[in-house]
Design a protein around this ligand. Structure first.
Ligand SMILES: NC(=O)c1ccc[n+]([C@@H]2O[C@H](COP(=O)([O-])OP(=O)(O)OC[C@H]3O[C@@H](n4cnc5c(N)ncnc54)[C@H](O)[C@@H]3O)[C@@H](O)[C@H]2O)c1
Length: 350
């Protein structure tokens, strides 16, 4: 069968990020043409294996040249500040990038006749804290996000939904916390963090007694979901919100999965250390039924399978310099801002 996808160019914002790189791999695998829009905060290195097959535009989504969307069929919008610490470090930039720029960019896409626009929102929108009522939340549950990050995502969702009409079709994914290997690796996400701590110290540290709930999903499943939405009939997805979760886990259960994977792959047997002292943390669990029902699609990669793959890939890519700040978004962004400030004074090195 002839593949016609190469006529369809997908613009991936944040395409040089943790999810973005895997998103591009999946799009190329399905034969799509790909254009990337990214500030390249982590450089171009994570895209080096794909470089010859894609177009890379280094730009800030807050300030893009409108011509960037001219030849584009659909947009997958991952660009943004992607966790609580980054949002709290610079709430202004967080709001500008995650909310305002999302709105402006979506408008530009609409004006240019792009129909499908998927958005990487966050299931942290559902968080009401560790002591809140423990209920399974779905896309109709009442949400009251308070943290800078989740609020910025929620406001962006609302702006996108306002733009939905018979031609412009925004699709919103409330993504659970992501796990798994990416060529642009992050060790600041709960499963990945546990794995790297166990590899470094042969210990698994669990806080708040490990009672907290987290909806989790593999990075490749997230990428698949965005593609499924691009390929779905408009009337099924237009202006819809979908939760993305493989399964909800208590953090203590995760520690057991990490230990099992390490036993089987590396013969290690890390000790699980549980700390019961009170501390601020998120806790929420969500339903993934809607996407199954509406799109007949569900995430497939379990934490166990993902961990086993990750343990091997980390070694293959030599991502075992675990303390390198590049794996921790907030550490990296703090460093970058210091360097940019210094660079204004230090004009030349050597
Ligand atoms: N990783 C998760 O667990 C998770 C969960 C829910 C939602 N999300 C959302 O998914 C998206 C991707 O997350 P990720 O884990 O890949 O994060 P990431 O930080 O690895 O990737 C974000 C990418 O966006 C780029 N970027 C940031 N600001 C930009 C700007 N102003 N203009 C252009 N590019 C910019 C960065 O350079 C980076 O390559 C984010 O919007 C995040 O909020 C992530």
């Amino acid at each position: 069968m002839k593949n016609h996808n190469h006529d369809k160019k997908v613009l991936v914002t944040g395409g040089a990020g943790y999810i973005g790189v895997v998103q591009i791999e999946e799009l190329l695998e399905k034969g799509y043409a790909v254009k990337v829009l990214d500030t390249l905060y982590w450089g171009e290195e994570p895209l080096k294996h794909l470089k010859d097959r894609i177009e890379i535009i280094q730009a800030d989504i807050r300030d893009v040249d409108p011509s960037i969307v001219k030849d584009v069929w659909a947009v997958i919008h991952h660009a943004g500040l992607s966790n609580d610490p980054m949002a709290e470090f610079n709430p202004k930039a967080n709001f500008e990038i995650n909310t305002e720029a999302t709105k402006r960019f979506a408008k530009l896409c609409k004006e240019n006749g792009i129909q499908k626009f998927t958005f990487a929102s966050s299931a942290s929108i559902y968080d009401k804290g560790l002591l809140a009522e423990d209920v399974l939340q779905d896309e109709n549950s009442k949400v009251e996000p308070k943290a800078a990050y989740s609020l910025s995502k929620y406001k962006a969702e609302q702006e996108l939904l306002k733009l939905a009409d018979k031609d412009f079709c925004p699709v919103i994914f409330r993504q659970g916390t992501v796990y798994g290997f990416s060529p642009r690796m992050r060790y600041d996400l709960v499963v990945n963090t546990m794995l790297k701590t166990a590899l470094m110290t042969n210990k698994l540290l669990v806080f708040c007694g490990g009672e907290q709930w987290r909806p989790l999903i593999d990075v490749r499943d997230v990428a698949q979901a965005h593609i499924v939405a691009l390929e779905a009939p408009k009337e099924k997805v237009c202006g819809q919100i979908f939760n993305l979760v493989y399964k909800n886990y208590r953090v203590l259960e995760l520690a057991h999965w990490v230990r099992k994977a390490l036993r089987e792959i590396k013969g290690l047997n890390p000790e699980i250390e549980v700390d019961y002292s009170p501390r601020r943390d998120r806790s929420y669990r969500i339903s993934g039924e809607k996407i199954k029902k509406v799109l007949n699609w569900e995430p497939k990669i379990s934490v166990e399978e993902s961990l086993k793959g990750m343990i091997k890939k980390i070694e293959e890519y030599k991502y075992t310099d675990f303390m390198n700040p590049k794996y921790y978004n907030i550490e990296w962004m703090k460093l970058l801002s210091e360097v940019v400030e210094l660079q204004k004074k230090v004009k030349r090195v050597f």
